[in-house]
Design a protein around this ligand. Structure first.
Ligand code: PHE
Length: 438
């Protein structure tokens, strides 16, 4: 096997991981979910979910990846547990599956960047979305999005992903801060903030059975767990990195961008008296688009806003593609370029149904989110907590200073709290599965 690539710098690994974590979920789901489920009270629940479940699970993926220094499937072989390869395989499949439709959404975002420049959706955002979401143009832009992701991945870890995300992540943060600062000057700002963050304990108390699993699910998805991504990214790391510290920075930035997105979106909506609506596609492509239509300099703002969303989506897409690519590059004699082109083509084809019908897109999303992702996270957590055990502790200590107490605490958290919480999520989410819309 040729020498395996590595990150040039620790910052590169962190940037790539933040790039993966910060995505559409931070912008079109997190703020809306927070506002609907109790504002800052939900934020507290979410933070606890990140600290108690997301972060330990993130470390679990890191530990597997760095210990094995291999793609997420063969990693289990190298750790002498070949039967567990199925866990990595589910994750890689989840990544492929998700990217197939994520890329269609990425295509819409491209459409909205230039739709903002020309003001194309200003007359009627809802009708515009309906017109562009399905059909030949959606297919073409899906192609463009996947081709861009493949091009970055083809350049490799250091020259492709690291270089791109070191530019992309600071841009996302700067642009979001800029947008939030602008939004703070709008007349709707007080109302917007209040809608986003006023604490409402009664909603949580009344629906704890739904709110808590939703917070846990969002924490896992938002940290890109269960897609074999963090296993793959950590496999390009050296032994001297402090995994726990890296994990904390990644989780912190990810949450920060979600909160910032709320500070952007709600003032915009309230300034224009736009109905907030549901989280999801509607949130950005209809609600935010409506608000932008009415604002002075709406076109410029629209280009900046959707441009930011595009960068965030792209840096997530490359991580999904890399998890699949790494498996092929590690195993077969294809070069990176050929592999990225090949997988990109397969992804393009797999995404066509979603570009033709929102029902298909929705179904792909449900299968990924309700079946593949929870199963893969559950497998990873069980593996690290109950199979890898001492080796996991040794790996997490590698590169970290301090006494070992924290690492033992981490392992027990993974074994108990995280496992139960993820197990619960699997059970709840399996109920949402349904047949394809044939
Ligand atoms: N973490 C991304 C988000 O919050 C979603 C994502 C998951 C992206 C997995 C890539 C891989 O939007």
């Amino acid at each position: 096997m040729p020498d395996r690539e590595t990150w040039a710098t620790r910052l590169g690994f962190i940037a790539a991981s933040i790039g993966s974590a910060v995505g559409l979920g931070n912008i079109w789901r997190f703020p809306f979910q927070t506002a609907e489920n109790g504002g800052s009270a939900f934020l507290v629940v979410y933070l606890v979910a990140v600290l108690l479940i997301g972060l330990p699970a993130l470390l679990a993926e890191f530990v597997i990846g760095r210990r094995a220094n291999l793609n997420a499937i063969d990693a289990f072989d190298r750790l002498d547990r070949p039967n567990w390869k199925v866990v990595g395989a589910i994750g890689v499949l989840a990544g492929f599956w998700t990217l197939a439709y994520y890329s269609v959404v990425g295509g819409w975002v491209i459409r909205y960047v230039y739709g903002s420049a020309t003001g194309a959706y200003f007359g009627g955002p809802e009708a515009y979305f309906d017109a562009i979401a399905e059909g030949p143009e959606a297919i073409a832009l899906h192609f463009l999005f996947i081709a861009t992701s493949a091009a970055i991945v083809a350049f490799g870890i250091e020259d492709g992903i690291e270089r791109a995300t070191k530019l992309m992540v600071p841009s996302i943060i700067l642009l979001m801060v800029g947008l939030a600062a602008y939004a703070a000057t709008l007349p709707g700002v007080g109302e917007g903030y209040a809608f986003f963050l006023s604490p409402d304990l009664s909603t949580i108390a009344a629906n704890a059975g739904e709110v808590v699993p939703a917070a846990v699910g969002q924490a896992l998805f938002s940290l890109s767990l269960g897609f074999s991504i963090m296993i793959t990214y950590a496999s390009y790391l050296g032994e001297d990195d402090n995994l726990a510290l890296d994990g904390v920075s990644i989780a912190a930035f990810n949450t920060f961008v979600g909160v910032l997105a709320g500070f952007v979106v709600f003032p915009l909506l309230f300034a224009q008296g736009v109905e907030v609506g549901d989280a999801g596609t509607n949130a950005v492509f209809v609600s935010v688009a409506s608000a932008l239509s009415g604002l002075p300099f709406g076109r410029v703002l629209g280009v900046v806003f959707f441009g930011t969303v595009l960068i965030a989506a792209l840096s997530s897409a490359i991580s999904l593609l890399e998890a699949v690519t790494a498996y092929v590059v590690d195993n077969y004699r294809f070069g990176r370029v050929q592999t990225a082109v090949g997988i990109g083509t397969a992804l393009f084809l797999a995404g066509v149904p979603s570009a033709l019908s929102l029902d298909w897109l929705d179904w792909f999303d449900t299968v990924a989110g309700s079946l593949l992702l929870p199963l893969a996270v559950f497998g990873v957590v069980f593996f690290v907590g109950w199979v890898m055990t001492d080796e996991a502790i040794a790996e997490v200590r590698q590169g970290a200073s301090g006494s070992g107490t924290l690492s033992v605490l981490w392992l027990w958290t993974v074994r108990t709290v995280v496992l139960l919480a993820v197990g619960g999520t699997v059970a709840v989410s399996l109920l949402e599965l349904r047949a394809p819309p044939l």
